[in-house]
Design a protein around this ligand. Structure first.
Ligand SMILES: Cc1cc2nc3c(=O)[nH]c(=O)nc-3n(C[C@H](O)[C@H](O)[C@H](O)COP(=O)(O)O)c2cc1C
Length: 407
C-alpha cells in the first residue's frame, strides 16, 4: 500500500527549477498561492544569508492538481524557477568541502563534486516549503496551526517573551532573525556580523509548535506508525539538521519521573474543546504520548549545525592530485538559522497533515470534516455517558486499583 500522502522533490541548486509532486492530497481546498509565496520569501530571508537570496525571488507555479484554484484530489505539481540558472556553465570543484556531501558523493557517484553539491544544496528546501505551505492551508481549514521560530542562535538564547499566541506572528515578523524575543535580537545580529568578519559561520536551535491537534494522530501499534519517529525523520532529513527533541527532550533524561510526566486532570466544563476536558498541567511530552498526539500542543525542537562552507576554508585535499589544499569556497551564507525555522515549520506541517489524512480520510475536505466531527461526537458521547453514570453514583470499582505495569 502506498502512503496516504507523499511527496518527492527534484531539482539542482543552479538548475532550471525545483519541482515537487504532492500525491494523495484531498480535493476541495482553495489554494492560496500568495500564502505559499509568502512562506518561500520567509525561507529566503533572515539576517545572515548570502548573496544568492538577492538573486532569487521564489514564486510557486502550480502546474497540475487544481481546477479553478481548488485542489481536485490529483497529484499536485509545484514548480519554483531558479533565476540563477547556470548549471551547464559551472565548473567542477577541485577539492571537497568539509561538512558537505562532496567527498562521499563524488566517490560514490564517480562523476565529480559539482553534480553532488548541486542536489545536496539546501536550495532543495524551497520545494519542501511549498509542499508544507500547502499542508498548512489544509490543517488551517481544521483549526490546526503550525508556528516555527528561532530559539537560539550561535549560543544566544531567545526564549519567547510571551505565550500569547495571538502576538507571535507580529513579534516574529518584526525580528530580523525570526525570534520571539526582541531583546535578544540585537546581540544575535551583532554576533552574526562579527562572525561574518571572521570568515566563520553560525548554527542554532529552532522550535516548531502545532496547536489545535486532535487525539490520535499517529499510532502506538508499529514502529513506523509512531508520529514522533516520523517527524524526527522529516526533521533530520533537512540539510544541516543534526538533532531533534520533543517537549522536554534531552532534559527529561536528567530529571526524575515525577518532574517529567504530565499529570492528567478532568474539567467537565471543557468537554467541548479538542482536549475533551482532559487537562494537562504541563506539556513536557510535547504533545505526543505513545507515538500519538494527545491533543496538547506539539513541541519540536531541532539543532542546525553552522554553515559548512567557510570564507576562511578548512583543510581539504585536491581531488586530482590528493595534495593538501584549502577547501573550495562557493558563495555561501553565514547563518541560515532563521530560514531553517521556516523549513522545519513546513516539514512538520507535512508530517502532521499526513497523519491527519490517515486518520480522517484523504479524498475530500467534506469527507475529512464529517470524519473529524463524527470522531469527536463519538468521544464526547462516551465522556457524557461516564459523567452521567458518575452523577448516578456508579463510581468505578477500580478507581484505587493499581494496574500492573506491563513493562
Ligand atoms: C536554509 C539552509 C541554507 C543553507 N545554506 C548553506 C550555505 O550557504 N552554505 C553551506 O555551506 N551550507 C549551507 N547549508 C547547509 C548544507 O546544505 C548542508 O550542510 C550540506 O548539504 C550537507 O548536509 P548535512 O549537513 O545534512 O550533512 C544550508 C542549510 C540550510 C537548511
Amino acid at each position: 500500500m502506498p502512503p496516504v500522502v507523499r511527496y518527492l522533490t527534484a531539482g539542482e541548486s543552479h538548475g532550471k527549477a525545483l519541482v515537487a509532486i504532492l500525491d494523495g492530497f484531498p480535493a476541495g481546498l482553495r489554494v492560496d498561492v500568495e500564502a505559499i509565496n509568502a512562506e518561500l520569501r520567509r525561507r529566503q530571508g533572515g539576517y545572515g544569508r548570502g548573496a544568492r537570496q538577492k538573486i532569487e525571488t521564489d514564486e510557486v507555479e502550480i502546474l497540475a492538481g487544481t481546477w479553478h484554484g481548488v485542489t481536485i484530489g490529483s497529484p499536485i505539481a509545484l514548480l519554483i524557477r531558479n533565476r540563477d540558472y547556470k548549471l551547464e556553465r559551472l565548473p567542477d570543484l577541485p577539492r571537497p568541502r568539509p561538512g558537505h556531501a562532496d567527498l562521499a558523493g563524488a566517490l560514490k557517484f564517480e562523476d565529480g563534486i559539482r553534480p553532488v553539491l548541486e542536489r545536496a544544496s539546501a536550495r532543495e528546501t524551497a520545494a519542501r516549503v511549498a509542499v508544507g505551505a500547502l499542508c498548512k492551508q489544509l490543517l488551517a481549514a481544521f483549526d490546526i496551526t503550525c508556528f516555527g521560530f528561532v530559539l537560539e542562535l550561535g549560543g544566544i538564547r531567545a526564549e519567547p517573551v510571551t505565550e500569547d499566541l495571538a502576538r507571535w506572528p507580529a513579534i516574529r515578523s518584526s525580528s530580523p532573525v525570526y525570534t520571539l524575543n526582541p531583546a535578544a535580537d540585537r546581540a544575535i545580529v551583532e554576533l552574526i556580523d562579527q562572525t561574518a568578519q571572521e570568515g566563520d559561520t553560525l548554527g542554532g536551535i529552532v522550535e516548531v509548535r502545532v496547536y489545535g491537534l486532535p487525539y490520535g494522530l499517529g499510532a502506538h501499534t508499529q514502529w513506523d506508525r509512531k508520529l514522533r519517529g516520523r517527524i524526527a525523520q522529516g526533521i533530520l532529513s533537512i540539510q544541516a539538521f543534526w538533532g531533534v527533541e520533543f517537549g522536554l527532550g534531552f532534559e527529561a533524561a536528567r530529571r526524575k519521573g515525577s518532574q517529567v510526566h504530565d499529570p492528567i486532570h478532568f474539567d467537565p466544563d471543557r468537554v467541548q474543546e479538542r482536549s475533551l476536558g482532559f487537562i494537562r498541567s504541563t506539556n513536557n511530552a510535547g504533545g505526543l504520548e505513545g507515538g500519538m498526539t494527545n491533543a496538547q500542543p506539539l513541541i519540536v525542537r531541532a539543532a542546525k549545525k553552522p554553515i559548512s562552507t567557510l570564507r576562511r576554508p578548512l583543510e581539504s585535499v585536491n581531488f586530482d592530485t590528493l595534495e593538501p589544499m584549502r577547501a573550495s569556497y562557493e558563495r555561501s551564507d553565514v547563518c541560515a538559522v532563521p530560514a531553517a525555522s521556516v523549513i522545519a515549520e513546513n516539514v512538520v506541517a507535512f508530517h502532521v497533515a499526513e497523519a491527519f489524512l490517515e486518520k480522517f480520510g484523504s479524498d475530500t475536505l467534506q469527507e475529512i470534516r464529517r470524519n473529524l466531527d463524527g470522531y469527536y461526537a463519538a468521544l464526547r458521547e462516551q465522556i457524557r455517558a461516564r459523567l452521567n453514570s458518575r452523577a448516578g453514583g456508579q463510581t468505578s470499582a477500580s478507581a484505587s486499583h493499581e494496574d500492573d505495569d506491563p513493562e
